[in-house]
Write a protein that binds this ligand. Structure first.
Ligand SMILES: [Zn+2]
Length: 83
């Protein structure tokens, strides 16, 4: 059996494009959002002077909407989250 290993966001996009909701579409954009924002999209810089990101850039999308940022915003606003 042939096995391929790759990034989870890329493989999820491939699955949606070939077997899922993207199958009838000519073009598709897949955005994975869980703990972070999957793929290169999460590291698109929205603000070159923004906070540093673990990728080495600054002001990345993931820093704005990633799980860590959302949890920090909830804490600032007094929203208590429970698992
Ligand atoms: Zn980044």
């Amino acid at each position: 059996m042939r096995v391929a290993v790759d990034n989870n966001a890329r493989l999820a996009a491939l699955a949606e494009a070939t077997l899922g909701v993207g199958r009838p579409m000519r073009d598709m954009v897949y955005v994975r959002w869980s703990v972070g924002v999957g793929g290169e999209m999460g590291h698109v810089s929205l603000d070159a002077e923004g906070p540093p990101c673990h990728c080495g850039s600054r002001g990345c999308l993931e820093g704005r909407i990633g799980c860590g940022r959302l949890l920090a915003e909830c804490a600032i606003r007094g929203v208590e989250l429970r698992a």
